[in-house]
Design a protein around this ligand. Structure first.
Ligand SMILES: *Cc1c(COP(=O)(O)O)cnc(C)c1O
Length: 393
């Protein structure tokens, strides 16, 4: 290793982001403190309108987290015991966890090797080979569960193949819940935004997402007003009017402090996204310039898409050793995700085993996320690339 000066490069540096918006954020927080209106209310309504517009939807429904956005979306589509939801195993746990919490069965379809998003071919194969229409219902033969929903995830900031998924949804009569937790503002190839083409879009404002709150928060988006009404009712325990319950919902409310912070941050989101995109382009070029193209697979963006790079994930051999090497050099990394959902202990009773989703399994073994946050400097990025080059030299 050369005598390069050691730098600290965290995976994400929210302090750098906060430094640029500190005053605006504090004014917005003060407004909430002065109003003493903490849960739901005008700040939440304002954020809902802006996120709906940003995501090209008629309605935004603020909720308590990205997880609860998924949960309430599935509840609105009446997913429950005896049902099944088709999804990807290569995702954050919440995608599969919410299906399971409603008593439904996740049906895991493998991913495309290059984008890490669910493979529409794998979904078609499942539908053609393992599902039958019985009495107007789509039944998963091996389990007897009724397939109710398609739930793709737009992983790392790039949308799944919505053209193909929408065609499948249409053909089989399946609504689509988009897990867009990592993809606010990302676009399908036709310029439409994540969350706008599916039946319901689900966003997370967890602090590490591109639009992050000062705590937990989430949003459902939709272009179906009757579903928007249903989501709003379910969010408040299912009461409409208040204290009269035709359905059982939950406490999925968003609070005003989070909404106030998010409304301020939303103004900067496109600039931050451009920063991430520019950093990603720099890495792409720098890995090639360093002669690492054979060793390091950089992210693949499908033609015409707007990738918002919630993560910049590289694929390498000897991933764990490289990760240790980067850690020793002061560089933050993370593995998203080390265990695909079909191999999680809690889903053992679903009967999946190793080899059932080979692309997800190899991605889990070979990928690592490196820092791509907007405030990263070129020096820091070059240091990351040089440190990786050292490892392979
Ligand atoms: C973050 C995330 C969620 C959950 O969001 P929370 O706000 O943390 O509950 C769901 N799905 C994916 C893909 C995520 O990345």
């Amino acid at each position: 290793m050369s005598a390069r000066k050691k730098m600290q490069v965290p995976l994400l540096d929210l302090k750098a982001q906060y430094a640029g918006i500190r005053e605006e954020v504090r004014v917005a927080i003060d407004e909430v403190c002065d109003a003493q209106y903490f849960v739901m209310g005008p700040k939440v309504t304002e954020l809902e309108a802006s996120i709906a517009e940003y995501s090209q939807c008629s309605d935004g429904i603020g909720v308590s987290s990205g997880t609860d956005a998924l949960l309430v979306a599935l509840m609105a589509l009446e997913v429950g015991h005896g049902d099944a939801v088709i999804t990807t195993p290569y995702t954050f746990f919440a995608t599969g966890g919410t299906i399971s919490r409603l008593g439904a069965r996740p049906l895991f379809c493998d991913i495309d090797r290059d984008t890490y998003n669910v493979s529409s071919d794998a979904i078609r194969t499942l539908l053609e080979n393992e599902c039958d229409t019985v009495d107007g219902k789509l039944v998963h033969r091996p389990s007897g569960a009724v397939v109710k929903v398609l739930m793709p995830v737009h992983l790392y900031g790039q949308t799944a193949d919505m053209d193909a998924l929408a065609a499948i949804g249409e053909e089989y009569g399946l609504p689509i819940v988009e897990d867009a937790a990592q993809s606010i503002g990302s676009e399908y190839a036709d310029g439409q935004r994540a969350g706008s083409r599916g039946t319901i879009g689900c966003f997370s404002f967890f602090p590490s997402k591109n639009l992050g709150a000062f705590g937990d928060g989430g949003m459902c988006t939709t272009n179906h007003s009757e579903l928007a009404d249903k989501l709003r009712i379910l969010r408040l325990h299912g009461g409409k009017p208040k204290y009269y319950h035709a359905v059982v919902g939950g406490n999925f409310r968003l609070d005003a402090l989070q909404a106030a912070v998010l409304s301020v941050k939303l103004r900067s989101l496109d600039a931050w996204t451009e920063g991430r995109q520019s950093n990603a382009a720099f890495y792409d070029q720098a890995f090639a310039d360093a002669g690492l193209s054979e060793r390091v697979s950089t992210p693949v963006t499908r033609t015409g898409k707007r990738h918002i790079y919630n993560q910049y994930v590289i694929r390498v051999a000897e991933r764990d050793a490289l990760r240790t090497h980067l850690g020793e050099a002061g560089i933050g990394t993370e593995i998203y995700y080390p265990v695909p959902l079909h191999l999680q202990q809690c889903f053992a009773d679903l009967g999946y085993g190793e080899g059932d989703c080979p692309e997800s399994e190899s991605a889990a073994n070979e990928t690592v996320a490196i820092p791509v946050y907007p405030e990263l400097t070129r020096d820091q990025q070059q240091y990351v690339v040089d440190t990786i080059a050292d490892f392979y030299s």
